[in-house]
Design a protein around this ligand. Structure first.
Ligand code: HPA
Ligand code: ZN
Length: 345
């Protein structure tokens, strides 16, 4: 890729304006406190916090489980199809402002069915917002149903079963929630079934958990991408495999800091991953909780690690390559990216 040299002080603008895809964002984690209070009011529910400011003060976490507890409490306000639509539409507008032109949205169903909300209500609300995003924002959006790994295999099968009437609204399945103590192998059979149904496969692995969970996601679940995967650096043989097989990692730097996976952004391994030939991407994970959307993740990480315009191009290119879009569509997006870099001045 040849483009005019880009001065380091222009990098934040380049990062903000470049077209990109987001591949790791939990829609329930995009629920901003203001909207959470509005939905609570609409549904005549009372949150355990008196106002937005005191809720935001609770967003300090020691680890993944700490966060998941608060995240699940926040999902209680989501009751109707319109609630799911409004949450998703808010994210999609925010993503479009960050020049996200394609997004693959994670969502839980087990959280909501646990609150008495039907799975079809969840999927319908999310899907309607995705359709509107294409029409009104020119933003392509698809949906990935995440099984909750702290629940049983039988419950994951049940979630998949309940999604069958709306299978055409999903691009794939994933695996989220408490990682430690819940290795991927527990879900091998449900992932095999999803695969047989034509769904694409991803899983969270190596966020807090060991490299063995990344091997397990690849070999037992047969996933095509690893969500997080930052613990792979502890295992040279795994790093070699990820690089050779071009297995994408959806990295979420601000999440990793908030959940204390790394002590600071300056100690994050994203730059080393890219330099080792790993197909990494940058994503926001749970932007309402972790202090920023995708462009905040990019600009803050680049500043902390001294990354360059070449890294920016690589990350955006990877984001399209790693997506589940058609090959011809990926090519259109990558051409648009190249044209953007060529004309950036
Ligand atoms: N890890 C696991 N599960 C999750 C996360 C995460 O970062 N965010 C929402 N569910
Ligand atoms: Zn995640």
């Amino acid at each position: 890729m040849n483009h005019p040299p880009i001065a380091p002080d222009r990098l934040p603008e380049l990062l903000r304006r470049m077209p990109k895809a987001e591949l790791h964002m939990h829609i329930e984690g995009s629920l901003e406190p203001e909207l959470m209070f509005a939905l609570a009011k609409r549904n005549q529910l009372t949150l355990p916090y008196p106002d937005v400011a005191s809720l935001k003060q609770a967003y300090v976490f020691d680890n993944l489980q700490d966060f998941l507890n608060i995240y699940h409490a926040g999902t209680q306000v989501l009751r109707t199809e319109q609630d799911f639509y409004d949450m998703t539409w808010a994210y999609l507008q925010r993503a479009a402002a960050d020049q996200v032109i394609h997004t693959e949205i994670f969502f839980d169903t087990q959280t909501h069915t646990g609150h008495g909300v039907e799975e079809s209500v969840v999927i319908s609300g999310l899907h309607r917002a995705c359709v509107d995003a294409q029409a009104q924002l020119g933003l392509s959006a698809s949906l990935i149903l995440c099984f909750l790994r702290h629940l049983s295999e039988a419950q994951a099968f049940e979630a998949l079963e309940q999604a069958l009437p709306q299978l055409d609204k999903l691009v794939g399945v994933g695996l989220a929630s408490s990682e430690l103590g819940h290795p991927p192998e527990k879900f091998a059979r449900v992932f095999a079934k999803a695969r047989a149904l034509g769904l694409r496969l991803v899983a969270h692995a190596g966020e807090e958990g060991p490299p063995a969970y990344i091997w397990g996601a690849l070999d037992a679940l047969k996933v095509e991408r690893i969500d997080h995967g930052v613990q792979a650096m502890k295992d040279p043989a795994l790093m070699a495999r990820l690089a050779q097989q071009r297995i994408p990692l959806t990295v979420c730097p601000l999440s990793n800091i908030k959940l204390r996976v790394f002590p600071s952004l300056a100690q994050h391994n994203l730059g080393q991953m890219l330099d080792a030939g790993i197909m990494a991407t940058v994503n926001s994970d749970d932007p309402a909780y972790f202090g920023g959307y995708i462009n905040d993740n990019l600009t803050q990480t680049f500043a902390a690690l001294g990354m360059t315009a070449q890294h920016a191009y690589q990350l955006a290119h990877n984001s399209f390559a790693a997506s589940f879009a058609e090959a011809s569509t990926k090519q259109v997006w990558q051409d648009r990216l190249a044209a953007f870099f060529d004309s950036f001045e």
